[in-house]
Ligand binder design. Structure first.
Ligand code: 5GP
Ligand code: MN
Length: 343
């Protein structure tokens, strides 16, 4: 972010513009944390601000301050659309292509508001007036911190804002596992802890609050659903509507599930396919230099980071799995074997 950009955005925020914050569908900890931290910060600055998410915040993030203030399009599409229609300034947080906001895509893309991108995914597409895009940082939440710092407002980061930022960083790094090699992130964490964040408590709130059925769904997946393609160093789980219903599926219940197969020695590429109402949602995770985002962009109409990507398929679950198996066996085996050798 250049100092000119910061001055101009700061100026826009001081002009009484109607400001809207929005993040991506199926919001993860970084989407929720970034929106809520920015929302609480802008409220403190007395900006006229509203927050929108395409889907309801999963229960295990709802302890965050201001989570009740977010308008979720899956509950009230009309209100979200009205907020976008009336906005003068829109912050797009943790996504970089308009298609990521689901049914709000057209309203967002065609809005005449000034659009500010704050994101850490590669290759932004879409028209933004300001682009704060940095793929070297852990998370969008870390960029929100940097933005507040650049505005000269670190003093306004209270415990609640610090907790939201911390949650974004913790979840997008798999608890400081991946995306966590740049040292500046730990300086941010230090300040957040200084402001009152209790890391163990946040971890418990996010990861130790499973319902019994969510835990049993994981058991079912690992025992009965996971397919390991040993020669190709890949593994996948495909979940039908029936599987999900049996385990009383709630949004967010499959978060993190795609990571489990990567825990098998030799597996460098894992996929999770879940049957949703009108499409199959795909999640991909990889180890080393196998590019999950390219794989997803080329075959599953998606994208993301090198080691964590998502996408979708309009075919049946069965055909989606067949396509995946064939691709992995026929087209990607060598790349996967190469990635394995380097680990
Ligand atoms: P997840 O598998 O958790 O849904 O997503 C993993 C990563 O890929 C996240 O960074 C997410 O933002 C990104 N992602 C998920 N689905 C899509 C998609 O359909 N398109 C693009 N471009 N990125 C996605
Ligand atoms: Mn993120």
């Amino acid at each position: 972010m250049t100092s000119n950009e910061i001055t101009e955005i700061s100026q826009l925020l001081s002009e009484g513009k109607k400001t809207v914050l929005i993040s991506h569908a199926n919001p993860d900890g970084d989407a929720v944390g970034s929106v809520l931290a920015m929302y609480a910060y802008l409220k403190k600055k007395e900006v006229d601000v509203e927050a929108i998410l395409p889907d309801t915040i999963p229960s295990f993030y709802r302890w965050m301050e201001c989570s009740d203030c977010v308008c979720a399009a899956d509950r009230d599409q009309k209100k979200c659309e009205e907020l976008l229609d009336n906005a003068d300034l829109i912050f797009c947080l943790d996504f970089n292509a308009f298609g990521r906001v689901g049914e709000l895509e057209d309203k967002l893309e065609n809005s005449s508001a000034i659009k500010v991108l704050v994101d850490h995914h590669p290759e932004p597409s879409g028209k933004f007036d300001y682009m704060i895009s940095d793929i070297s940082v852990s998370s969008t939440a870390e960029l929100v911190f940097r933005l507040i710092e650049a505005f000269g407002d670190i003093k306004l980061i209270d415990k609640a804002i610090a907790e939201s930022i911390y949650t974004g960083i913790m979840t997008d790094t798999g608890s400081f596992n991946f995306n966590s090699e740049h040292a500046e992130m730990y300086e941010v964490i230090r300040l957040l802890v200084d402001r009152g964040v209790e890391p163990a408590l946040i971890h418990q709130r996010v990861y130790d609050t499973f319902s019994e059925s969510r835990m049993r769904l994981i058991g079912h997946c690992l025992l009965n659903k996971m397919v390991v393609m040993e020669d190709s160093h890949a593994a996948y789980i495909a979940l039908s509507r029936k599987d999900l219903n049996k385990y009383n599926y709630k949004k967010g219940d499959t978060e993190g599930l795609v990571n489990y197969p990567l825990g098998i020695e030799g597996v460098v590429f894992a996929a999770l396919f879940t049957e949703q109402d009108d499409l199959i949602k795909a999640s991909f995770r990889s180890k080393g230099d196998f590019k999950a985002n390219e794989f997803s962009a080329d075959h599953f109409n998606g994208g993301g980071h090198m080691n964590a990507a998502g996408g979708k398929s309009s075919k049946s679950l069965e055909d989606t799995v067949k396509d995946f198996e064939k691709l992995v066996k026929d087209d990607y085996k060598t790349k996967l074997q190469d990635a394995k050798k380097k680990i």
